[in-house]
Design a binder for this molecule. Structure first.
Ligand SMILES: [Zn+2]
Length: 346
């Protein structure tokens, strides 16, 4: 990241008003519009993201109706501001109960899936399918023509679970590719379930160019205190461009504060101010501002949809001013691999 460019400001003249050579260079850099990059990714999983939590069996705010409401609202906002996004879908979520049965017949005997499918199967035995399946999801994502469908795993089984083997990960990747092909999609990027990164060397074999990195400290497994402190860091910066390796490790991104539990303590204006700073930093340094969330976060937290819209509006304004470029994760990986992602203005 070019911190010098960030620090450069117009009017940094010496006391006698004469601009030094170094300062003149900084001013020149500052005047040249440096384009930041914005990435937006969604972890689309319905209840599969919490399949190991017994609370998913009974009454739950995530239902077929609320899920569709949240996704349609997101599509509407992205349409309105013309912002493309990457939707990492769980294969089973984008399918139906019949597909689940086929996969369960094939994999369910394996102990890890026996555990992972335990609560979903209890729900299905009670004929409760609410929040588990969205068979039309991939079509809905593709309707607009500029969004990317990415992989968030076939079953959402986290890959750092003890006993997950390379063979099992390969099996999931192969089945996921086959499933998405039936929907006309060729996957190009990976968003690991629960951000548990594993076996990245396998990705190219399955056509996957890159994966979203993980900011361990700020995952659900990080310290709650550290998370809150980071949410209140109003000087938060964008991330540096990815290393030109293959597969491409994509900036881990910033989780849009889910106004739930202790996170409700974070004032809305703090989240917006922090996001504004991230965008400013990306714009000035050519950095990457990556926002991510679960669409169902809009259901389970108050005013979350409005908070999301305000964040997107801030991006759209910068795109209009030609100081920010929006990319899908796949487009970003291609640009990093080709060495064309840096702005010509840098
Ligand atoms: Zn997930």
């Amino acid at each position: 990241m070019n911190d010098d460019a960030v620090g450069a400001g117009v009017g940094e003249t010496s006391q006698d008003g004469v601009i030094s050579r170094k300062e003149a260079l900084f001013v020149a850099v500052d005047r040249a519009p440096v384009t930041g990059r914005f990435l937006l990714s969604f972890d689309c999983e319905g209840k599969w993201g919490m399949a190991d939590d017994p609370s998913v069996i009974g009454q739950h705010p995530i239902s077929n109706t609320s899920i569709r409401w949240a996704y349609e609202l997101i599509f509407k906002i992205l349409d309105q501001y013309e912002v493309p996004a990457t939707f990492g879908v769980v294969g089973l979520f984008a399918s139906d109960y019949e597909r689940f049965r086929l996969i369960d017949d094939e994999l369910g005997w394996e102990g890890l899936y026996e555990d992972w499918f335990r609560f979903p199967k209890e729900a299905f035995r009670e004929r409760n399918f609410e929040g588990w399946f969205f068979p039309d999801l991939v079509n809905r994502i593709r309707t607009r023509g500029f969004h990317e469908v990415s992989s968030h795993g076939l079953t959402h089984l986290p890959f750092q679970t003890p006993l997950v083997s390379e063979k099992l990960v390969e099996c999931e990747m192969r089945r996921m590719n086959e499933l998405m092909k039936t929907k006309g999609v060729t996957l190009r990027t990976m968003i690991y379930p629960r951000n548990q990164i594993a076996y990245t060397d396998l990705l190219p074999k399955y056509g996957l160019q890159g994966f979203r990195e993980c900011d361990l400290q700020n995952t659900a497994y990080g310290s709650k205190f550290a998370i809150l402190r980071d949410e209140l860091n109003l000087l938060k910066r964008s991330e540096a461009e990815s290393k030109r390796t293959y597969p491409v490790p994509i900036a881990s991104g910033i989780f849009l504060n889910w106004r739930h539990g202790p996170r409700r303590l974070i004032p809305r204006r703090a989240t917006l101010q922090r996001w504004n700073h991230v965008l400013d930093h990306a714009q000035k340094s050519g950095g990457v501002a990556h926002l991510w969330l679960h669409p169902h976060n809009l259901i389970t937290a108050r005013d979350q949809a409005d908070l999301f819209e305000r964040c997107i509006e801030m991006v759209a304004q910068r795109v209009k001013n030609k100081v920010m470029t929006v990319m899908t994760l796949a487009e970003y990986c291609t640009s990093v691999s080709n060495g064309t992602s840096k702005s010509e203005n840098i």
